[in-house]
Design a binder for this molecule. Structure first.
Ligand code: XMP
Length: 489
């Protein structure tokens, strides 16, 4: 029978399992037949049903993931999880921005009436940041108004859209079921930017744009849903407006919901997972967490989770272990949780504590299917927040979500003085160096993961996750693993 710490004698305590984290170990190199990084396929599972093309997920934190980060992540083949610390309306808009970024067919293009004024049209184009509007009467397509038409016309704000638009009879259109390749040919042949799709009666079905086609070609490794839109996830909590938020996020098109709670090994977390699964099953999958033990995984899977997020207190801005004494060093937590998750074929996200590409390699060898990054992505152009200058360095703010700073910034719910009096933060806020755009950074990390594969002969993430060995180092080994000059101490 399992004994708990308070039941153990002093001698027995000395025999407790040792728990390890990334820097405690290295991967034992193996005979390899991999010659090129290109031989390594990084496709992996996020949830039971959703696949990603790279094993990277951006953290649901307010200084890491909103639409810009989520777009950049999915373009590269990963996914971003939009945080839950803004109003429902704002969060929904962030999800929609990701979903609108690219698609095979825009099913709900922006439209305007023919008797609207040019001033109204210009305002609308500016608001939605688009270069053209379809002119409709109900579902009937009457024409198109593009910024090119507007430049060509003598611009009078009071002029009506009908006077400036290209009318239906002069418009190149295509049937709704046109193939992407054929749409591309039409766009290029007629040197047009927008191709409206219509049925036999001239009713508008959708829109294909040359811009979308360019995006599709530029980002061939993007992680996409069935409609060719970027994948995105979004978080909800376990109290207050959590159900209303989840409903709105699902309606906005989120591909996956994350139940975001620091201690996911809890009755209310299980109840929420069960509730969400029942509500949206089978359409929306649920990622639940965070936990750090086999029992945590078992219970969340029992509640219906489609993926479990593992990590308590290992994040770079976490103080949970200092404040509460609780947590499990991350590599041990991953290995233990994966043991349980593997029995059910459910993927694991290793969340927090990743500082270099080698840590990603170790998390995957430990059995994780993906890693969640906060610190490494904070400070990039795509993370929310402004660039500031501190002591001559360009920096951005990175906040633990349980830090005092994040708590004061929350706009998702009203804070009372009582909420703050006995509040003991379990995170910190800090400045991180400004890092420029996130895409080169991700590429570099993936380069490391691919090189790592060549040391253990792993051509796929599945083979990465199976049958390799860690060796445990001492503090001298850790020192040896980082750059050091000969003769120096
Ligand atoms: P990294 O190391 O990538 O970790 O910065 C990101 C993860 O840290 C967790 N997180 C927190 N944990 N207090 C905590 O104990 C906090 O305030 C906090 N904020 C974020 C979270 O799991 C995130 O994905």
């Amino acid at each position: 029978m399992k004994k708990y710490a308070f039941q153990l004698s002093g001698k027995e305590i000395l025999q407790l399992d040792t728990a390890l984290t990334y820097d405690d170990v290295t991967l034992e190199p193996e005979y390899s037949e991999i010659r090129s990084r290109r031989d390594v396929d990084l496709t992996t599972k996020l949830t039971k049903r959703i696949s990603l093309n790279i094993p990277i997920v951006s953290a649901n934190m307010n200084s890491v993931t909103e639409s810009s980060m989520a777009i950049a992540m999915a373009r590269q083949g990963g996914i971003g999880i939009i945080h839950r610390y803004r109003s429902i309306e704002d969060t929904v808009n962030e999800v929609k921005k990701v979903k609108r970024w690219r698609t095979h067919v825009i099913e709900d293009p922006y439209t305007i009436k023919k008797d609207a004024t040019m001033e109204e049209a210009a305002e609308m184009m500016h608001k939605y940041n688009v270069s053209g509007l379809l002119v409709t009467n109900g579902r009937q397509l009457l024409g198109i108004l593009t910024s090119r038409d507007m430049k060509a016309a003598e611009i009078l704000e009071s002029k009506l859209v009908a006077e400036v638009m290209t009318p239906f009879e002069n418009l190149k259109t295509a049937p709704a079921e046109i193939k992407q390749e054929d749409a591309k040919k039409l766009l290029y042949r007629h040197r047009i930017e927008k191709l409206p799709l219509v049925d036999d009666s001239g009713n508008l079905y959708g829109l294909v744009t040359a811009k979308d086609i360019r995006k599709i070609e530029e980002y061939r490794n993007a992680a996409l849903d069935g409609k060719g839109r970027l994948l995105v996830g979004a978080a909800t909590g376990t109290d207050d407006d959590y159900l209303e938020r989840a409903d709105a996020l699902v309606k906005a098109g989120t591909d996956v919901l994350v139940v975001d709670i620091a201690q996911g090994h809890a009755k209310h977390a299980l109840k929420t997972v069960e509730e969400l699964k029942k509500r949206y099953n089978p359409t929306i999958e649920v990622i639940a967490g965070n936990v750090a033990t086999e029992d945590g995984v078992k219970r969340l899977l029992g509640a219906g989770a489609d993926c479990v997020k593992v990590g308590i207190g290992g994040g770079s801005v976490c103080t949970t272990r200092e404040v509460t004494g609780a947590g499990v060093p991350q590599l041990t937590a991953i290995i233990r949780c994966v043991e349980e998750a593997k029995k059910h074929g459910v993927p694991i996200i290793a969340d927090g504590g990743i500082r270099k590409s080698g840590d990603i390699c170790k998390a995957i060898v430990g059995g994780a299917n993906t890693v969640m990054l906060g610190n490494m992505l904070a400070g990039t152009d795509e993370s929310p927040g402004k660039i500031a200058t501190k002591n001559g360095r360009r920096v951005k703010v990175y906040m633990g979500m349980a830090s005092e700073e994040a708590n004061l910034q929350r706009t998702d719910k009203k804070r009372t003085d009582d909420d703050l009096t006995d509040y003991s933060p379990e995170g910190i806020a800090k400045y991180v160096q400004y890092k420029g755009p996130v895409e080169p950074l991700i590429k570099k990390l993936l380069g490391g993961v691919r090189s790592g594969a060549s040391y253990i002969n792993a051509r796929t993430i599945e083979s990465y996750r199976n049958g390799h060995y860690f060796v445990r180092g001492t503090s001298a080994a850790m020192k040896e693993a980082t750059p050091h000059a000969e003769g120096e101490d």
